[in-house]
Design a protein around this ligand. Structure first.
Ligand code: ADP
Length: 469
């Protein structure tokens, strides 16, 4: 649809160069050359890369709208409507992707077709060909900028992010469990939002560690650039998974959780030290490696009853309650005999077999549940027969959860805490929290909340102005 001219009978005049914008691509100001010698319009883009399913092909590309400012990169994606052979003014022929986008010049807006090319020699970021021009457009070859001037200033302001249009993202879920509830939800929710989600088996990736061009390969081919990576790294592959995420980070891909955060949260000792450093409440915890320290260790954790935890424990499997000092001594000496690493912790009795899981995304608690242990059990893990139910958390609990996730710099975290008489005590921060229990108990759409965060984080950011001179 085309707006009508305000002045009846007036023609729409264009000079040989004009300012225009492509709002659908998030390009609010571009300087274009009007070239009636060319049939189709062309956009100068970098890293042009097809993606998406064969029945809905898409193309991703980057535009540097300000000539000479390669530091400003606007990531774009669009549906491919055609692939066409185009001969440019220098006689070179190339196959180009064709996309459709809305063009805005002055007060007018209309859809046009654009071919994508990355010929570095183009002085203008865009070339406006005759196919894009209506009959009433009058080209005035001797004039520049007949239509209102725009400015590159928008790219220096927050506007470039706030007004960025929704675009199709290419997102990798790093998971070895394609069939798990969480992975299925991530694929389902992301696809519903129009994104392209690829599940990648962490252990099938291999890397070329190279300072100039870090690469990641998968099943014999080089992995493409992703807009975002959602790590779902299982405990058995933590080190390899972290190395892979580091590789994605060095390419500049947004990773929901960083390698550093995942590693720190997986190491129970390190995790407790981080929580303590950030003054986040947790049960009194002690650790030692010499067998001589047993009594002292028990005293440091506040005496019996106490909880002894194997460092490798997950799902509550290596967590033992020692009700008396003698029981504590025998559990500790048994673990020592097995050369197992463990920590000793004050037993928060008043938690009464319940704990709270808060799911933090970005800087918000998006869902929470209370887990209750089965009868005769103090561990509330669902794997130990615990049950999950919705819960209203207090402001202190919410703040504690957010602070704990932030201490590990995790954008997605499951924070487990006990309700003690002294307020919330954090037990663990999980960097690959499952969605099934918490979506079921809280009736919140956790996967959707994660995509809200990802979409926000991959928006372009403004660049600083450069001093003139
Ligand atoms: P894991 O990582 O194996 O799940 P946790 O430290 O989360 O181990 O402990 C498992 C469960 O045991 C918790 O969900 C909680 O219900 C209970 N628990 C753990 N530590 C304590 C404690 N210090 N006081 C009371 N209950 C505890």
């Amino acid at each position: 649809m085309r707006d009508s001219d305000p002045g009846f009978g007036e023609s729409f005049r264009l000079g040989w160069e004009e300012w225009l914008s492509l709002p659908g691509l998030g390009l609010p100001a571009l300087k274009a050359k009007v070239d009636t010698g060319a049939r189709t319009s062309a956009l100068h883009a970098f890293d042009i890369e097809p993606f998406g399913p064969a029945n809905a092909p898409h193309v991703r590309f980057t535009v540097h709208p300000i000539p000479g400012r390669m530091d400003l990169a606007i990531p774009c994606s669009a549906e491919v409507i055609d692939r066409r052979e185009v001969t440019s003014s220098n006689g070179e022929t190339e196959f180009r992707y064709v996309i459709r986008s809305e063009l805005a010049i002055g007060h007018r807006r209309w859809p046009i077709e654009l071919t994508l090319t990355d010929r570095g020699s183009m002085a203008y970021r865009m070339l406006l060909g005759r196919q894009a021009l209506a009959e009433d457009v009058v080209i005035v070859p001797g004039e520049s900028f007949c239509q209102p001037l725009l400015s590159y200033d928008v790219y220096h302001s927050a506007q470039v992010a706030t007004e960025a249009p929704a675009r199709t993202l290419r997102i990798a879920v790093l998971s070895r469990e394609g069939g798990s509830y969480s992975t299925r939800r991530l694929v389902e929710e992301g696809t519903n939002r129009g994104h392209v989600i690829e599940v990648i088996d962490t252990t099938r990736c291999y890397m070329a560690i190279n300072a100039l061009a870090p690469e990641i390969h998968y099943d014999g081919t080089r992995l493409p650039r992703f807009d975002a990576v959602i790590p779902r790294i299982g405990v058995s592959v933590t080190a390899y998974g972290a190395a892979l995420i580091r590789q994605f980070e060095s390419i500049g891909t947004f990773c929901v959780n960083s390698a550093e955060g995942i590693l720190a949260s997986r190491d129970k000792l390190h995790a407790h030290q981080i929580l303590a450093r950030h003054r986040i409440g947790m049960p009194a915890t002690a650790f030692a490696s010499s067998p001589k320290d047993t009594d002292n260790l028990i005293a440091l954790a506040g005496g019996a009853p106490l909880v002894v935890k194997l460092l490798e424990s997950t799902q509550g499997k290596g967590v033992v309650l020692a009700e008396t000092k003698q029981a504590a001594q025998s559990v500790i000496s048994a673990f020592r005999g097995l050369k197992a690493n463990f920590l000793v912790q004050h037993f928060v009795k008043e938690a009464a077999g319940e704990d709270i899981r808060c799911l933090v995304i970005g800087s918000r608690v998006v869902a929470a549940m209370r887990r209750r242990a089965g009868s005769g059990e103090f561990r509330s893990n669902l794997h130990q027969g615990g049950t999950a139910e919705p819960v209203r958390i207090t402001r202190t609990e919410r703040d504690t959860a957010i602070r704990a996730a932030r201490a590990f710099r995790l954008n997605l975290a499951g924070v487990d805490m006990l309700r003690s008489s002294e307020g919330p005590k954090v037990l663990e921060v999980n960097s690959s929290p499952g969605f099934e229990g918490i979506e079921g108990a809280s009736h919140r759409n956790v996967a959707a909340a994660l995509y809200d965060e990802i979409e926000k984080r991959v928006r372009p950011s403004p660049v600083r102005r450069r001093a003139k001179g």
